[in-house]
Design a binder for this molecule. Sequence first.
Ligand SMILES: [Zn+2]
Length: 142
Amino acid sequence: MPNSIGHRMPQQIPIVDYLVLSEPPHLEAHACTGCDALYFDRRNACAHCGGTEFTRKPLSNEGRVRAYTIVHRAAPSVPAPYTSVVVDLDDGGVVKANLLDVTGPEHIEPGMPVRLGTYVAGVDDDGVEAVAFGYRRQEDAA
Ligand SMILES: [Zn+2]
């Protein structure tokens, strides 16, 4: 067995299995081969056409805000306020996620362009980092 200890890069795991930690990180959906419907969870059959075959499809990292909600109250462990957005991705797919770094409604407008961003949401006892994703305003992410 080769000794793999030596490079102590922090190990990272995505917090959801549709977040792929490649370079750059991106989301991957299950696309129905019958009708191109996109699902983030694994399905036995397509809700639209009943098809049972799916392929993995990488989704665009860029999209536009369709709707947003500023959440002022959350569980004690969750910093509030935070902004929850629904994003229409450029090449299809709709994602609900948090808008990163922005909490004021004056900074948000419908149709605003955003880009995927990742952050470390927690570290376990072995030093493995749990990586989550959200979206940033494209003007902030430049
Ligand atoms: Zn389908």
